[in-house]
Design a protein around this ligand. Structure first.
Ligand SMILES: OC[C@@H]1[C@@H](O)[C@H](O)[C@@H](O)c2nc(CNc3ccccc3)cn21
Length: 447
């Protein structure tokens, strides 16, 4: 049996997000978020599911941390619920909300698990959405004020920070495609929101530096790899666009202070001009200490003259699919990691999300999710290959510890290495839990 040994200081972790696991949406002083509104709007979420209870981790976090301890992770990536801290988005602070995260973070530290905090994982306070949400520049300032409070409150306890999870999802998926909250379908609006998200990120990083908070800060874009279906220029350009609005659009401004011209031109030609105010790019290009990379799938892409998503369509080449319909292609993980390293250099990278939707249930007290083990093995091997070819990867955090509320798919899609019975809230360790436990324990991968 051959082994791939990971570096001595390589970190292993699990990830979750507040709205997907906490529940207790009207407890502890929490205010409503756009996902409370969206999930309670008929037709928006499959089966009419919502995050009212979710995994009840607001009450069961100690049980979840005990699972992490047994798993042996070094890092737990979680998100803070902005409306649990500022029920109105700004103004009055909810002390019960701060107390909850102190209890949770203290329990992590007691168990030798490093907290990695995502400040924004999609649950915008509804009060701010009522004033225009991310389309309103005032929301940028509200995010900076919220970030400052959390920086100061947890300074010294939390030393790894992510500003915004997947700005592509917050802007384009949620305001052009419309699949996520608040569900708009307006490309010009989405482009404007993408710029405000980067501005919010940059201003929060600047505040983090000004406050001299100990630790490191970054953000977590979701990325994909698009292989052209043919060498036709139209297919090649379509794939470049499909990666451009997800990868380059969010990384170029932070690393170069400019947006990728080919995307600026394409948006302008499609009545969605980018509007930048003087000084914005200086804020956005604040140096980050690391980037989190969220990767799930790759596609083969070709030009779609009928329009759709930036005139790019995915071609079914017969790759295996997950239970959410995404294609499985670990090669694409290696390709996009090396693409990012070639373009943006030695910046430290944490894989802050990688995982698979496999809906296997509990049988005789266990869940035999071999397909998840196969996926994780192939993708962790791709991380090893990327490391070997010089990509500066510092850790791997799988999505997710728990089955949880999968946004517009509700509870129908399971990404956890721990199964959750949503009627009883009982947690059941899947076979992938035990497999990942061995990988972490040895910090090596059997291949
Ligand atoms: O869908 C699985 C996870 C989700 O539960 C996380 O909250 C989120 O950070 C996340 N991002 C992706 C990749 N991007 C994506 C694409 C289409 C729909 C939803 C997410 C997958 N995931």
């Amino acid at each position: 049996m051959a082994y791939i040994q990971f570096p001595e200081d390589f970190k292993w972790g699990v990830a979750t997000a507040a709205y997907q696991i906490e529940g207790a949406v009207r407890q502890g002083g929490r205010g409503p978020s756009i996902w409370d509104t969206f999930s309670h709007t008929p037709g928006k979420v499959l089966n009419g599911d919502n995050g009212d209870v979710a995994c009840d981790s607001y009450h069961r976090y100690e049980e979840d941390i005990a699972l992490m301890k047994e798993l042996g992770v070094n890092v737990y990536r979680f998100s803070v619920s902005w409306p649990r801290i500022f029920p109105e988005g700004t103004g009055k602070v909810n002390k019960e909300g701060l107390a909850f995260y102190h209890r949770m973070v203290d329990k992590l530290l007691e168990n030798g698990i490093e907290p990695m905090c995502t400040l924004y994982h999609w649950d915008l306070p509804q009060v701010l959405q009522d004033k225009g949400g991310w389309d309103n520049r005032e929301t940028v300032e509200a995010f900076v004020a919220y970030s400052e409070l959390i920086f100061k409150e947890f300074s010294g306890k939390i030393k790894s920070w992510l500003t915004i999870n997947e700005p592509w999802c917050v802007s384009f998926l949620s305001n052009f495609i419309g699949a996520h909250a608040p569900g708009n379908q307006d490309l010009a609006l989405a482009v404007n929101i993408s710029h405000h998200l980067l501005l919010a990120h940059g201003k929060a990083v600047a505040r983090f530096r000004d406050l001299d908070i100990p630790g490191k800060i970054g953000f977590a874009p979701n990325v994909t790899w698009l292989e052209p279906y043919s060498r036709d220029q139209e297919d090649v350009e379509a794939c470049r666009r499909g990666m451009g609005w997800m990868v380059d659009w969010f990384l170029d401004p932070i690393f170069t202070g400019t947006y990728p011209a080919f995307m600026v031109d394409w948006f302008a030609a499609n009545q969605a001009p980018l509007q930048i105010k003087d000084g914005d790019m200086e804020w956005i290009k604040q140096p980050v200490d690391f980037i989190g990379i969220n990767y799930y799938e790759s596609n083969v892409g070709r030009h779609n003259p009928q329009g759709g998503m930036l005139e790019v369509e995915s071609v079914d080449m017969g790759y295996k699919k997950t239970d959410i319909g995404w294609f499985i292609n670990a090669e694409g993980f290696y390709n996009v990691l090396t693409f990012i390293a070639d373009k943006y250099g030695e910046i430290p990278i944490y894989i802050t999300e990688n995982g698979i939707c496999i809906n296997d249930g509990v049988e005789d007290g266990t869940v035999n999710d071999q397909r998840r083990i196969d996926y994780l093995k192939g993708h962790i091997a791709a991380v090893a290959r990327s490391l070997k070819s010089g990509v500066n990867i510092k850790g791997y955090i799988t999505w997710s510890l728990l089955d949880n509320f999968e946004w517009a798919e509700g509870y129908s899609k399971r990404f956890g290495i721990v199964h959750v019975n949503y009627r009883t809230l009982e947690r059941t360790k899947k076979e992938s839990f035990f497999w990942y436990q061995k990988v972490i324990g040895n910090s090596w991968l059997e291949v």
